[in-house]
Design a protein around this ligand. Structure first.
Ligand code: CMC
Length: 426
């Protein structure tokens, strides 16, 4: 097959290079399109646009495949820990035992956050959404390290480790603030996830007992969320970073993008939807009818995906874990979730549109079993996604062909006209 694509506009034919990724994905390289033809490409939502070339994560949405640095997600989840996945994503290599031990020590040495940051928490209303707090305090971290260039060879690793180490502390403090309990300082003697759970759930007047099963389940959820190629938040991190904003600011922007209910915020919405069905006594059929009604803005939360037109492989892993973790429990929401999922998968509307459960459909039920409150669900996603954001940012910064992200538009507004004085305006 030729490696040239031809675009015919009227009598004129333009030739553009075809490029191919390592898994056989093909693309037309339109970087010179405007220069040769005066035309730009229009693609709202970037559904057909490759924003970059990347060697971090591969997804085959038709087959329901997800690989990190070539390793299938199912194997990663079975054999790795979250910090091992962080290392793999950041440094494009599975760590040796010694490298992993060193990395873990670096992370546990950095779990404390600057003491003044506590003041931020006092300034927010008690019922502030934790994602509002998280994005603000992460951005504020940049001011404590403002003389460092996050991409300089001697600073990148330090900055990445700092963010990975401190995010759980900042997240747990957002929760403690919201419930009016004292902030719990991190414990460097504990593993990453155990430390987070302790900061979330220990109180000064009681002895805290680590629940290793819960910590393991959460660690796996973090792994499952670690990266997902050019999703909305990763793209945001790249776009913000492309202006050479520092890594803290870029990640804070990613947290804001993740917050939306069509992206990471869906996990909270799924649980609210399941609870709504339970409490209103509504039926699953009614819920599906609402989701299918084009006059209703309601969507079946946790269903559908821009890339997956098959089962989201992460949802498969989570569903199995969820059933194991909740085996024996009579959580009514699990039953509703299963029935809703089965009914949607048999419904012609969802079949025709290839809408399957995504990662967010079942994750909330596991968070809930761990005791994590609903409005902290998206924060959990942010902790998991952090190594992906950092790796995407680093890959972009290291690309010698990097340019500021600055799309074009098709202008549809008024054509030139004379500016009227205020007395003549109707
Ligand atoms: N419920 C009902 N209809 C849906 C849903 C849904 N959840 N998702 C898509 N559709 C319909 C949509 O109305 C459209 O129908 P039609 O062709 O008749 O106009 C068709 O399916 C294609 O949908 P789309 O909106 O063009 O798809 P998209 O790729 O732009 O959006 C999505 C992807 C994830 C935003 C969307 O599926 C959605 O809103 N899902 C619910 C929110 C959700 O679960 N988000 C989490 C995504 S996975 C984790 C993450 O990345 O954060």
């Amino acid at each position: 097959m030729s490696n040239i694509a031809e675009i015919k506009v009227g009598e004129q034919t333009y030739q553009l290079p075809l490029i191919e990724g390592s898994e056989g994905e093909k693309a037309i390289d339109i970087r010179k399109l405007r220069a040769v033809s005066g035309l730009v490409a229009l693609d709202e939502g970037f559904a057909n646009t490759g924003g970059c070339s990347s060697s971090i994560t591969f997804i085959d949405g038709e087959k329901g495949i997800l690989h990190h640095r070539g390793y299938p997600i199912e194997q990663v989840c079975d054999h790795a820990s979250f910090l091992e996945v962080c290392y793999l994503l950041l440094f494009d290599k599975l760590p040796t035992q010694q490298e992993l031990s060193e990395f873990k020590s670096e992370v546990s040495d950095n779990v404390l956050v600057p003491e003044e940051i506590k003041n931020f928490y006092k300034a927010f209303p008690r019922d502030a959404h934790p994602m509002a707090l998280l994005s603000s305090v992460v951005c504020s971290l940049s001011s404590y390290y403002q003389h460092e260039d996050s991409n300089a060879p001697d600073h990148f690793r330090k900055t990445a480790v700092r963010l990975i180490a401190k995010l759980p502390t900042l997240a747990a403090w957002a929760y403690k603030t919201s419930i009016g309990e004292p902030l719990v300082y991190p414990d460097s003697n504990l593993g990453y996830t155990e430390n987070f759970l302790k900061m979330m759930f220990s109180v000064p007047n009681k002895t805290y007992q680590t629940n290793t099963d819960m910590a393991k389940a959460l660690d796996k959820l973090f792994m499952l969320h670690a990266d997902h190629e050019q999703n909305c938040s990763a793209t945001t991190v790249r776009v913000v970073g492309s202006s050479e904003a520092n890594l803290y600011a870029s990640v804070a922007a990613g947290i804001c993008a993740l917050w939306g209910p069509l992206h990471g915020g869906a996990n909270q919405k799924v649980l609210e939807m399941l609870t709504g069905i339970k409490e209103s006594g509504g039926t699953i059929a009614e819920c599906l009818e609402m989701a299918k009604d084009k006059g209703n803005s309601f969507r079946l939360m946790g269903f559908g995906h821009r890339v997956y037109k098959n089962f989201d492989p992460r949802a498969r892993v989570i569903k199995a874990d969820c059933e194991k973790l909740l085996a024996g429990s009579d959580d009514p929401l699990l039953k509703i979730a299963k029935n809703l999922c089965d009914s949607a998968l048999q419904d012609q509307y969802f079949i025709d549109r290839k809408l399957y459960p995504n990662v967010d459909f079942y994750s909330g039920l596991i968070y809930r079993a761990i005791g994590i409150p609903t409005d902290m669900f998206t924060v959990m996603f942010a902790i998991g996604r952090l190594p992906g954001w950092i790796s995407q940012w680093k890959e972009m910064m290291d690309n010698p062909e990097r340019r500021i992200a600055r799309p074009r538009q098709i202008y549809t507004g008024a054509t030139p006209r004379d500016f009227p004085p205020i007395s003549q305006r109707g």
